[in-house]
Design a protein around this ligand. Structure first.
Ligand SMILES: [Zn+2]
Length: 75
């Protein structure tokens, strides 16, 4: 997963999330991190599976990439 995010979105290696809610993984950032709850809601108004965010259609991937960029998080 991290390898996928790294190669796909050119973002770094695993680290602890500043929210202290867990390790900063793709799943944490995209699905559960409290720091990005509002931003996440703006990108995905409906609950969306991680599978969809990472392996969905081109629109899904673009949305995920833009979200990741906006968070400026280091995954
Ligand atoms: Zn977090």
């Amino acid at each position: 997963m991290n390898h996928h995010m790294f190669t796909k979105f050119k973002i770094g290696s695993i680290d602890q999330c500043p929210s202290a809610a867990g390790a900063m993984t793709a799943e944490h950032l995209l699905q559960t991190c409290p720091l990005y709850k509002v931003l996440r809601k703006r990108f995905w108004s409906q609950p969306t599976s991680l599978q969809n965010k990472l392996f969905g259609c081109l629109d899904d991937l673009r949305r995920t990439a833009t979200f990741a960029r906006e968070t400026q998080a280091t995954i």
